[in-house]
Design a binder for this molecule. Structure first.
Ligand code: NAP
Length: 230
């Protein structure tokens, strides 16, 4: 008989944000699907599945959702945590090779778009009581420019646009879309992110009944904090 426990899917699940989010949701009774290039199916258990996948191909995201549905059921919480960075000299951001620009925006934006699309398709098949929450791990680059990080900034900005648009459009259906962005207490970029702080916020957003601010800037040990004036 299929389990009735809710399912979380984490795309780009590594040892930091991915593992902490997985642990926090498992502790709340979720079954967990973890997708990344180095994920190993041999590690699967009845409550946790590992799906090897590379989001430099957006079609791989569709395959991940099909596998999760078959193995655990439709995810009511989806976290997109993968990104790609090729740094350039700060005085020459346009030296970024086109192949790196394209690969970066595919991983950071296009595959995240497919994930949001697949998540919403799944949410439409879940009852109103299900969480139906999509969270994208972002950073400060949708609000400021850092010349060495042009490609990542384009990617995060595109994803932020998708999240902002979806948060408004699907609010009345009860779906929630968030752009999580950890900051230092003064509002500057965190750079080194805290997995546990992400897990705490992501759980709170998944458990929240209605859409909050789509741009979830937050600070470790503080939680959500708006820096719109920074
Ligand atoms: N707020 C800030 O200031 C700030 C600072 C740093 C990072 N961030 C954001 O935080 C997120 C990552 O945080 P983290 O600490 O959890 O990083 P992490 O531990 O490196 O986890 C990200 C995981 O994504 C997977 N991944 C990368 N490229 C992939 C691809 N092409 N296909 C599938 N999976 C892929 C990697 O696993 P595999 O190698 O196995 O694929 C990696 O373990 C990123 O979105 C990043 O932009 C924000």
């Amino acid at each position: 008989m299929p389990s009735t426990s809710p399912v979380i899917l984490i795309l780009g699940a590594g040892p930091n944000v991915g593992q902490h989010v997985a642990r926090a949701f498992a502790a709340k009774g979720y079954r967990v699907a973890l997708a990344a290039r180095r994920a190993k199916e041999a590690d699967n258990t009845p409550d946790e599945v590992h799906i090897p996948s590379d989001f430099s191909d957006p079609n791989s995201v569709v395959d991940v959702f099909s596998k999760v549905k078959a193995l655990l059921g439709i995810p009511s919480v989806v976290v997109y945590n993968a990104s790609s960075l090729t740094a350039t000299p700060p005085d020459d951001p346009l030296s970024l090779p086109l192949t790196d620009f394209t690969r970066g925006t595919t991983i950071t934006t296009t595959s995240a778009f497919v994930a949001a699309q697949q998540a919403a398709l799944g949410f439409s098949q879940l009852p109103d009581s299900a969480s139906r929450t999509f969270i994208y791990t972002g950073n400060i680059l949708n609000t400021i420019t850092l010349p060495s990080f042009l490609g990542l900034g384009v990617g995060k900005s595109g994803a932020a646009h998708i999240i902002q648009s979806a948060a408004a459009a699907y609010k009345d259906r009860g779906y929630k879309f968030y752009y999580g962005d950890e900051r230092k207490v003064d509002g500057s970029a965190a750079f080194k992110v805290d997995g546990e702080a992400h897990a705490k916020l992501y759980l709170e957003l998944a458990e929240g009944e209605t859409q909050r601010a789509w741009q979830q800037t937050f600070v470790k040990d503080v939680g959500y904090k708006s820096f719109s004036a920074v």
